[in-house]
Design a protein around this ligand. Structure first.
Ligand SMILES: *[C@@H]1O[C@H](CO)[C@@H](O)[C@H](O)[C@H]1NC(C)=O
Ligand SMILES: *[C@@H]1O[C@H](CO)[C@@H](O)[C@H](O)[C@H]1NC(C)=O
Length: 974
């Protein structure tokens, strides 16, 4: 949420800082991190070798005589040797999972020490099941496995010398590991004092002649660059374990587009960092950091969270590689040709643990990744509504006043947020009673309109014994240690602070107890001044430490099990969110679905938290880059994502703020937030016409909540992202592969292209298929083409470009309410957007939105279908759940689904109040539901079929007498 600049301002009570650009020099570039330097230098030496006509051969090989087949042949292990260090033992372990994912692990064996090997165990949902049928066979030059359908065969080979892993589909390379020979696992060694003379002096030629280069220098270089210690600015990073970095090239010889490895402020289709005309000078960095006022474009600035997954895409296939590593990692991206990609991964520590996800479609890749790390949890329904936040609402009366103004202006809102100033001296969970004298009353006032509050709880614990969280944490010895083995101390919002070590299992149960608002069984302190309507925001969990190197924790600090912070840094923030989410869930009986917003995250965090893109600035550039950032997180598993509406810093002008509301209304997570120095900017403060426009945008979000919730159901079961970029929905439409300023909402058929520039009245939208698309507001029919076509769409301030894909049926609830919970029994509108062939389909998923009763079959899941014949169009509603009981909801297999479940019964009598059909070829002669003749209106216009553009015909059937929970069919006779 906040910047160091602001921290200093608060501490020193200086005048508020004006918005200044990030001090890039406060964060390392690759050349300032010794292991990254070493990794890049290795790649440079390889390139130089090849350029000068020499061969570059990886020193690593697999010793065929050591190969052992295990687990019925779906797994093998074998010894890897490096010709540079024949005495060092590496073990390779390669497995095929039942869904065709291949896991490749390599570790040093019987070395001086153990490398950190637990990254995957945190990220993975469970131990993957190995394939019962795929078997490795050992040949003369390679180990090989072949699987898949005859016409769509995957072949994975592990070549002995040099060691190369290759995944092919139908004979075509999909992923190649170590094809360029950049694999290097630095083994543990003892520190020896070096004889200075071994280092060649480049300048003096005479000296150079007598210098003997170490034999391995062609590969490793000549210096022990930062092996045992490195200094940067005022910090010294000691490395008692010595060098242990890992370098590997991961190439996609037949894929010209790569996506993923969030989080960076850049395009979805990752720009290059190497090769001619590279967009960035530095590799993409994965090192969770609190980067205040981050620039709108950067590769080296690694924002808040890291997910080491990269997707490679072509019109032929999609594949992905998940690299389970938790230490600081840099990734170079180059396109040697337009149709191929080379990536080079350099990590500071950890084993090599890589998952090859064979695809071959984007959807299959998402499924494969979700089976590894889990899908997004189905969030509480209210959390998809509008959230109002600010640093800070300053008192309980301030909260009441803001709520009152929303209601007076009829602007829907579900959640009010409290930032750090609610707490006494930033001792989280302890109210600042001067300003919040009556917290429970305040929470109840908010809850009276079925609203919630989200309150911040940060991971830095004020070091004062009058803070029970600190006192108990210290007594239980649960804090992270510094390199001397004493309590780690750093500076953050609460001043001198300690950090709970969530790698320590003893912290979990204890921490959860703190949230028991009805008191703890052991009578010790818990947050009793809280209620079941409070949910939690975890900020600063990278962790942000104001006086630490790069505003985070010293890498030589020590976690549970003796691991250094460097080994686990990128996972750290996720563990905090995990424990918090369990704490919120388990504080009531029966459990309710928790909502936790986290700033820091890692692969797997989608199972328990939503995230946002951190401290963005109130500029058009930041509004624009927020969209690819949301998409990049979404395809990497973190579907519940959004950027602060309005920008955290600055005072956006009304036009910008209005456009930003539209961006937010079409993001999975929709929250307005603002820095303490900004002017108040709640939507009711806007002048007209902006206020009314923003009210309508927020209402549109509420009316489309059924669409969002249905998309989350799908995502929580299949792993497909909630917001879907062009390449995901239309994976063969090449013209769409780099598009990241428009996207689809789930499978609903909504295509949105938010405006992120001033003064726009129209824009172009790419329609990547031969299909009709309708303007959501006007019903204007646009036509795409197989290759894709750009159409010009009006984009006035009051309606950001929003199209409905022909062939979709959208369920909505169009009655404005003050909060989403008040919509529970509201009737539905179904908007049927006929496809060129005259059909359409759509889904609706609903449950109580708060409990886990859906896992016991208490929900409805409907399918709406429109089918055309020459003379009729039949629109019907069918139960989907009874046909697909096991894939209906996340996490459980439902043995039985009962259409008459308690939730469905509670919706008895909830009507479909309107059906709108776009694109009929002519006016129906009659419309019937069973024997009943229904009234309707018809406006002439374009038919779905054909190629003319113009306003589509529109049929409206009011009160058809159909109910949302039952089966029905309406027949239109043409
Ligand atoms: C989440 O916490 C539970 C214990 O409460 C632990 O077993 C699990 O490994 C944790 N998972 C992650 C990803 O942090
Ligand atoms: C609609 O028609 C298209 C093209 O004929 C077909 O691919 C699609 O499956 C149909 N959808 C439904 C819901 O019948």
């Amino acid at each position: 949420m906040r910047s160091l600049a602001a921290a200093l301002w608060l501490l020193l009570l200086l005048p508020a800082p004006s918005v200044v650009a990030v001090k890039e020099q406060d964060f390392k570039k690759c050349h300032e991190s010794s292991f990254c330097r070493r990794g890049r230098a290795l790649a440079d030496r390889a390139t130089e070798h090849v350029k000068s006509g020499e061969k570059w051969k990886s020193p690593y090989s697999l010793d065929a005589s050591t190969i052992v087949l295990e687990d019925g042949g779906s797994r093998f292990t074998g010894r890897v040797r490096s010709s540079l260090y024949p005495e060092i033992k590496f073990e390779l372990d390669v497995r095929v999972h039942e869904d065709g994912v291949v896991r490749v692990r390599m570790d040093e064996k019987e070395g001086l020490r153990k490398r950190y090997d637990e990254a995957a165990s945190w990220a993975l949902l469970k131990e993957p099941v190995l394939s019962p049928s795929s078997k490795w066979s050992v040949g003369k030059k390679e180990v090989k496995v072949v699987y898949g359908a005859k016409k769509d065969q995957v072949e994975v080979t592990v070549e002995f010398e040099p060691l190369v892993v290759r995944m092919k589909r139908n004979g075509k390379d999909q992923v190649v590991l170590n094809g360029q020979g950049l694999l290097h696992m630095e083994h543990f060694k003892k520190k020896v004092e070096k004889v200075e003379a071994e280092v060649p002096v480049v300048e003096g030629e005479e000296t150079q002649k007598v210098v003997q280069l170490p034999p391995n220098s062609w590969f490793e270089g000549v210096t022990e660059d930062g092996w045992w210690e490195e200094t940067w600015k005022t910090w010294t990073d000691t490395k008692p374990k010595g060098p242990e970095s890992l370098s590997l090239d991961i190439n996609f010889p037949n894929h010209g587009h790569v996506y993923g490895i969030p989080q960076h402020a850049t395009h979805l289709d990752l720009p290059t960092t190497k090769g001619e005309g590279a967009s960035f000078n530095d590799p993409y960095r994965l090192y969770n950091g609190d980067i205040f006022e981050y620039p709108a474009s950067s590769s080296s600035l690694s924002l808040y969270g890291s997910i080491p997954i990269i997707h490679a895409h072509s019109a032929d296939s999609t594949v992905a590689v998940f690299v389970a590593v938790a230490s600081e990692t840099w990734v170079d991206v180059a396109h040697p040709t337009q149709k191929s990609t080379e990536t080079h991964w350099i990590s500071e520590s950890g084993i090599l643990d890589i998952f090859l996800l064979p695809g071959p479609t984007p959807d299959q890749v998402f499924g494969q990744y979700a089976r590894l790390t889990g899908a997004v949890q189905l969030p509480p329904h209210w959390s998809l509504a509008y959230h109002q936040c600010r640093w800070n609402y300053v008192s309980s009366d301030d909260i009441r006043g803001v709520q009152k103004r929303f209601d007076e202006e009829d602007i829907p809102v579900d959640v009010f947020w409290l930032d750090i100033e609610y707490s006494e001296e930033h001792k989280y969970m302890i109210w600042e009673k001067k300003y919040f004298p009556d917290p429970i009353d305040m929470l109840n006032d908010v809850a009276a309109l079925a609203r919630k509050m989200v309150i911040i709880v940060d991971p830095h614990i004020k070091r004062t014994v009058d803070y029970p969280v600190y006192k108990e944490g210290q007594e239980l010895d649960l804090f992270v240690k510094n390199k001397q083995g004493n309590e780690f101390e750093g500076w953050c919002w609460s001043g001198s602070s300690a950090w709970i070590d969530f790698f320590n299992p003893n912290s979990w149960e204890w921490y959860k107890q703190l949230y028991k608002f009805n008191g703890r069984e052991d009578g010790k302190w818990s947050w009793t001044e809280s209620t079941s309507t409070v949910h939690i925001w975890n900020d600063m969990n990278e962790p942000a430490i104001f006086n630490g190197p790069e505003i985070t924790m010293e890498k030589d600090s020590i976690h549970y099990g003796g691991w250094e912070h460097r080994d686990v840094h990128n996972i750290n923030g996720m563990l905090f969110a995990n424990t918090t989410s369990q704490a919120v869930k388990e504080r009531t009986t029966p459990y309710n679905r928790p909502f936790v917003l986290t700033r820091s995250y890692y692969a797997g965090a989608q199972r328990f938290a939503a995230m946002w893109t951190g401290d963005n600035m109130g500029t058009w550039e930041h509004m624009a880059v927020g969209i690819p950032m949301v998409l990049s997180n979404s395809i990497s598993g973190m579907s519940f994502t959004g950027a602060d509406v309005g920008g955290f810093f600055g005072n956006p002008e009304p036009e910008m703020l209005t456009r930003w509301y539209f961006v937010g209304a079409f993001s999975p997570f929709f929250r307005a937030h603002a820095h303490i120095d900004t002017k108040r900017r709640e939507p009711y403060l806007l002048a007209e016409p902006y206020k009314s426009i923003v009210r309508e945008i927020i209402r549109l979000r509420y009316s489309l909540l059924p669409v969002w919730y249905t998309a989350f159901r799908e995502s929580s079961v299949t792993g497909l992202p909630v917001t879907r970029p062009q390449y995901v929905v239309l994976p063969k439409n090449e013209a769409g592969f780099s598009i990241d300023d428009q996207y689809y909402v789930g499978a609903s058929g909504l295509l949105v292209k938010p405006i992120t520039e001033a003064g726009i009245t129209e824009t172009t939208v790419h329609i990547g298929e031969d299909q009709v698309y309708y303007d959501f507001y006007t019903g204007h029919a646009y036509r795409g083409s197989v290759k894709g076509k750009s159409v010009t769409v009006p984009a006035p301030l009051e309606r950001g470009p929003l199209l409905i894909r022909g062939g979709s049926i959208l369920p909505s609830r169009d009655r404005p309410r003050r909060s989403s919970a008040l919509m529970k029994r509201d009737p539905f509108t179904l908007k049927v957007a006929l496809s060129q062939s005259g059909n359409a389909s759509g889904e609706l998923y609903l449950d109580d939105g708060e409990s886990y009763d859906h896992r016991e079959g208490n929900f409805i899941w409907r399918e709406f279908v429109a089918e055309s014949t020459k003379k009729t169009v039949t629109i019907s509603s069918k139960d989907l759940a009874s046909r697909n009981p096991d894939s209906a909801v996340d996490g459980v297999e439902l043995a039985i689904y009962n259409g008459g479940n308690a939730f469905a019964n509670a919706l008895d009598g909830v009507r479909v109040e309107r059906i709108v059909v776009l694109g009929l070829k002519n006016k129906p002669t009659k419309v019937t539901l069973g024997k009943a003749h229904l009234e309707f209106t018809f406006k002439d216009g374009m038919a779905a079929a054909g190629n003319k553009e113009g306003v589509a015909s529109k049929l409206t059937v009011k009160n058809p007498g159909a109910f949302i929970t039952s089966d029905w069919s309406i027949v239109l006779e043409l």
